[in-house]
Design a protein around this ligand. Sequence first.
Ligand code: MG
Length: 158
Amino acid sequence: MRVGIGFDSHNLVPRRKLVLGGVEIPFDRGLEGHSDADVLIHAVIDALLGAACLGNIGDHFPDTDGRYREIASTKLLVETMEKVRHVGFGVVNVDSVIIAERPKLSPYMETMRKTVAQTMNVPHDRLSIKAKTTEGKDATGRGEAIAAYAVVLLDESG
Ligand code: MG
């Protein structure tokens, strides 16, 4: 068994789509970044790479590389799963937390969960996504950013 942890945070800015867990969520702002800036998927990718001791998301998908500009992070997740399976690992389970004051994410949680599980090709009962607010205490709490944490457990079934 191998465990990995991932974290990511992006600023909320005008004139960007908000994409979380591969799902476009209606909101007046979106996350700033080189790709679609999907913090949840970026945290999951870093947890997968960490568990497999394969470095981090920036090593594999550098933001200096034009191929990744505006790319859907689901594509990066598919590539990451290929890398993880290539070195012999399979996913036991994933747990994750999105930290966002707004928008309200509960209507989208099931769709996000199914989308991320399908993208990873794992049963959706092995993938958990939760959402939290931080009540104004920091940049996420003030609605200036959205952050995500993920933990992944791998075994040698890949
Ligand atoms: Mg990121």
